[in-house]
Design a protein around this ligand. Structure first.
Ligand SMILES: Nc1ncnc2c1ncn2[C@@H]1O[C@H](COP(=O)(O)OP(=O)(O)OP(=O)(O)O)[C@@H](O)[C@H]1O
Ligand SMILES: [Mg+2]
Length: 392
């Protein structure tokens, strides 16, 4: 769903317009070519709600999303939006899910908190809730397939969220928020039978920056891939809302016109694996805490990104939780500024010259590798076209 190619052509709703006699539109939050998302006010409860509207067509994602949300609601485990109504809106030619508002996205709220530094204790709380939520989703039989900071929401001050005048309020720091997962449009049923084997070149759907190493290779997604995306979300928080492979990868994306989706994901795989391995190596060698990833991050990368996990294997949620819970015993006052020194290019690093040049070397190596990949890809056939969602 490319953001600037809006198949709706116009906004479905205008501010103050009333949908279904109950929901007063406040503003449009987001749009893709098939979806528009609105913030609205429920006149009966005076609570803020979300309207997710999708062009009414065969195989729409709303049916799936509604089904999953209702299932999660009936199980009552984990934090997810609750469906208030799901209908086809004939005059607007779309299907509309009205659901509870879950707060600001992690992407928006972390960006707001950037100057105040996200504390390790905050990352711990968010990480624990994310794992509990994904475990609940997996228990219901589905994997998410598109975990990223804009598909995670944080509630701040729950009481103020209920008031109508709080809609425009900026998010407060994320310390005491409830974390939930949203956007179930790319969910897939978990394949449990041994006879259901993963395919290669299966699907390159989902967000490129946060997808797992296996997804970069096009291998059919399973529960392990959701877990790896959560590691990357935590890494993103540790690095002041940056991923270590963003800049190198986006240089490559600039030339994407010449690349097939498969080639793009393949080069992402090479870069990502190398950066992760190099960072682990660097962390082992360097004793200076200001220039290395924190121990919990190294443990998470080792356990959930670099170790082999089988396609059918149930992820070790408890291990993930125990790595995060250990953080309680350690200093919770510590902020991520020290963490982000290692890889954040925008941040003034306190590392020694030697360490800085080591980091530069890693980045340059990655860039060169991507350039090589791009050159290779220019000479190969570029017939493959992806017909599904945008998701990168
Ligand atoms: N229940 C909710 N509570 C709060 N915000 C929401 C909710 N649902 C959606 N949003 C907002 O709308 C945005 C888009 O919604 P969603 O991710 O469900 O749609 P999408 O078109 O599939 O998104 P994308 O393809 O960009 O991931 C979210 O990133 C978030 O900002
Ligand atoms: Mg989304």
């Amino acid at each position: 769903m490319p953001k600037n190619k809006n198949r709706f052509e116009v906004d479905l709703f205008k501010p103050k317009e009333v949908y279904d006699k109950k929901f007063t539109i406040v503003k449009k939050l987001d749009e893709g070519s098939y979806v528009q998302v609105y913030k609205a006010l429920d006149s009966r409860t005076h609570k803020v709600v979300i309207l997710k509207c999708e062009i009414d067509r065969k195989n729409n994602y709303s049916d799936l999303e509604n089904r999953i949300l209702e299932k999660l609601q009936s199980r009552n485990k984990g934090n997810f939006p609750k469906v208030i109504s799901y209908k086809v809106c004939k005059p607007k030619k779309c299907s509309v899910i009205v659901m509870t508002y879950q707060g600001w996205t992690l992407k928006d709220s972390c960006k707001q908190a950037i100057d105040s530094n996200i504390t390790v204790s905050c990352i711990r709380k968010i990480g624990i809730q994310l794992i509990k939520n994904i475990r609940a989703l997996h228990k219901s039989g589905y994997l998410h397939g598109d975990l990223k900071p804009s598909n995670v929401c944080c509630e701040f001050d729950i009481e103020s969220m209920k008031k109508s005048d709080s809609i425009t309020e900026k998010p407060k720091f994320i310390r005491n928020s409830t974390v939930s997962i949203i956007d179930f449009g790319l969910c897939k049923k978990i394949k449990r039978k041994e006879s259901q084997k993963p395919k290669e070149d299966d699907s390159y759907s989902g967000n490129l920056a946060y997808c797992s190493l296996n997804t970069c290779k096009g291998i059919t997604k399973s529960r392990r891939d959701d877990i790896q995306s959560i590691v990357f979300i935590i890494l993103w928080m540790c690095c002041k809302c940056n991923l270590p492979w963003n800049s190198a990868q986006y240089d490559a994306i600039g030339k994407r016109g010449q690349q097939t989706r498969k080639e793009l994901y393949n080069s992402a795989y090479i870069v990502r694996k190398k950066i992760l391995k190099d960072q682990i190596e660097h962390s082992k060698k360097s004793n200076k805490s200001s220039s290395r990833l924190p121990d919990f991050m190294i443990q998470l990368i080792n356990e959930f990104c670099l170790k082999e996990v089988g396609f059918h294997d149930k992820p070790d949620y408890d291990k993930f939780l125990s790595i995060l819970r250990q953080l309680k015993q350690k200093s919770t006052k510590k902020t991520t500024s020290s963490v982000s020194n290692t890889m954040n290019t925008n941040h003034k690093s306190k590392t020694s010259n030697k360490e800085e040049s080591h980091q530069k070397k890693i980045k340059n190596q990655s860039k060169n590798q991507i350039k090589k990949e791009l050159k290779k890809s220019e000479t190969t056939n570029t017939n493959e076209r992806h017909h599904k969602k945008k998701k990168h």
